[in-house]
Design a protein around this ligand. Structure first.
Ligand code: 3HC
Length: 342
């Protein structure tokens, strides 16, 4: 596990103007070494990592909301237990990632303040509503499927704490994807005509936003070139999107659903599936805060933070008490007892 140390002063000593440190850093990146929290790193490398990891962590946290909506409405006890476990996993992923970002010198409170004030980004996909139970299975199959496609390469990211956090996250995401597929398969193979229609409707609504998850096309992605150079990003947005489409087409056939794209066809020369134009205007609108559920999602996170204030205060008071010297603790304990018995 990472140290969660916020003391990055040693790593920052030298500064970007020190050509020796910069050369050694570049050589380690070229050799495929992991950079660790206490190692020297250029300021822009740190900034880029913080940008990506905090966005990723916020996506996991906000990502609990669309599915969390269905926990109390799950059709069976088994599905409810699976969904509960999955949503808890997403919270855990957020925590691993906030911890990884803390090793770079930014506290969780700082990152959450940026989220709550609307300054920090999170994935566009979580700003769409979950209208039926089939949306839960579709999120598992397609959204978690897209997330795995994007996140497996991050297990080889050049920053050690992020790469290690991703290994565990990817294992759990893979369970998430399978449970979603299994839920949809049950409805498609054993369900009524209405249930099959519900699945098709959910797939129709989630397909295009899932393709947007991978980010803008490579030639319009301002961060890609440097991210690839530093080994933070290993595979480009467009390549990952194509891999996802190729996998999803085969899986859709097994499920018996169609994908809502008339331009989807096998390209023999490329050995890939061609697909239609993505509505990038919609993507930027959602990223800019004007998607179907942006306001609702942010309001839910702010409310959860405010409602949890008493828990944080109690935990801090308890920690302070544990740190107090033993005689003071005994005295505090006696005072507490006399308060209760008074
Ligand atoms: N939603 C919101 N913003 C997005 C986005 C998306 N789907 N895709 C790109 N953007 C933003 C970028 O953050 C960047 O904005 P910024 O410069 O203000 O930070 C801008 O659009 C331009 O995009 P780039 O391609 O230049 O940005 P990156 O090189 O950072 O690539 C990325 C974007 C591929 C999303 C990359 O950041 C990444 O791989 N992140 C890690 C994985 C991640 O965050 N996944 C989010 C989903 S997590 C999830 O789905 C949870 C699971 O439980 C389902």
């Amino acid at each position: 596990m990472y140290t969660q140390s916020m003391d990055t002063s040693a790593a920052e000593r030298g500064g970007p103007e020190d050509p020796g440190l910069q050369r050694r850093f570049d050589a380690r990146i070229d050799a495929g070494d992991f950079i660790e929290a206490k190692d020297w790193m250029p300021g822009d490398y740190r900034k880029t990592l913080l940008r990506q990891i905090s966005q990723h962590a916020h996506s996991e946290f906000v990502g609990m909301l669309p599915e969390g909506h269905w926990i109390a409405r799950a059709p069976t006890l088994k599905r409810k237990a699976i969904l509960l476990a999955k949503v808890q996993d997403e919270a855990g992923h957020g925590l691993y990632l906030y911890a990884a970002a803390e090793t770079l010198g930014q506290s969780r409170d700082q990152m959450l303040a940026a989220l709550h004030s609307g300054r920090a980004k999170y994935s566009s996909i979580f700003n769409y509503p979950t209208l039926s139970w089939a949306d839960v299975g579709t999120i598992g199959w397609l959204v978690d499927g897209a997330a795995i496609m994007n996140q497996v390469p991050i297990c080889r990211c050049s920053y050690g704490p992020y790469a290690r956090a991703m290994i565990r996250i990817c294992r759990e995401e893979s369970f998430h994807q399978r449970q979603g597929f299994d839920s949809l398969l049950t409805m498609m193979q054993g369900g009524s005509a209405a249930q099959r229609e519900m699945v098709q409707d959910a797939v129709n609504r989630w397909w295009w936003p899932c393709l947007m998850m991978f980010g803008p096309p490579d030639d319009q992605s301002p961060n890609s070139a440097q991210g690839m150079r530093w080994g933070i990003k290993r595979v480009s947005n467009d390549e990952l999107r194509q891999k996802f489409v190729d996998a999803a087409v085969v899986q859709a056939k097994v499920l018996g659903v169609s994908l809502p794209d008339p331009d989807l066809h096998w390209n023999e020369a490329r050995q890939h599936w061609d697909f239609g134009a993505i509505d990038w205007a919609e993507f930027w609108q959602v990223v800019g805060g004007d998607g179907p559920c942006n306001q609702e999602r942010l309001a839910a996170r702010v409310k959860a933070w405010n409602d949890g204030a008493w828990v944080r205060e109690a935990a801090l008071a308890h920690a302070r008490r544990q740190q107090a010297p033993a005689p003071a603790r005994r005295q505090q304990g006696q005072e507490d007892i006399s308060e209760v018995t008074a």
